[in-house]
Design a protein around this ligand. Structure first.
Ligand code: SME
Length: 158
């Protein structure tokens, strides 16, 4: 049993680095990252990406049940995180005005924006069937994973 959440996210970051390694394909890497997170973090029922296409977010690689495909910027937790360019942590989704319920089992949610060259290019979305599953440790850990993903693709698209 790991001692701390910090340690768990450190391990996930190492595993993500190894998975990304020299692979430049963004979709393949997003798919592996979604799988790594879904199977590496306890109590999730969905983990994956939405990528920005103009004024909306479009579903990307994920693990979990089928989800809504298009989310206008500003809508739901994902669209709010994308339009703010900041992480949104929701302890109880039914208290979040405009929450988009893809799976009725979801009770808490964490959405981290992908910021590339100062612009939001998408979001990483995690859902849990537990109330208040995510805390500041999860936020910091997931933000770190997203930075690894974004930096890797900046280096490989230069
Ligand atoms: N609940 C999200 C929609 C995406 S699904 O959870 C996979 C939202 O409110 O933006």
């Amino acid at each position: 049993m790991r001692e701390t959440k910090l340690e768990l996210y450190r391990e996930l970051a190492e595993q993500l680095r190894a998975l990304l390694a020299t692979e430049p394909d963004r979709i393949a890497n997003a798919a592996n990252m979604a799988a790594l997170i879904y199977h590496g973090l306890p109590d999730l029922n969905w983990a994956g990406f939405y990528f920005r296409r103009g004024g909306e977010l479009v579903l990307g690689p994920f693990q979990g049940k089928p989800a809504c495909v298009r989310i206008p910027l500003g809508n739901g937790v994902c669209g709010t995180a994308a339009s703010r360019g900041a992480t949104v942590l929701v302890p109880y989704v039914h208290d979040f005005p405009g929450h988009i319920g893809c799976d009725p089992a979801s009770r808490s949610e964490l959405v981290v924006p992908l910021i590339e060259r100062g612009e939001v290019s998408g979001v990483l979305d995690l859902d849990s069937p537990l109330l208040a599953r995510f805390d500041e440790g999860d936020q910091a850990g997931c933000e770190r994973l997203v930075v690894l993903f974004v930096d890797h693709h900046r280096e490989h698209s230069a």
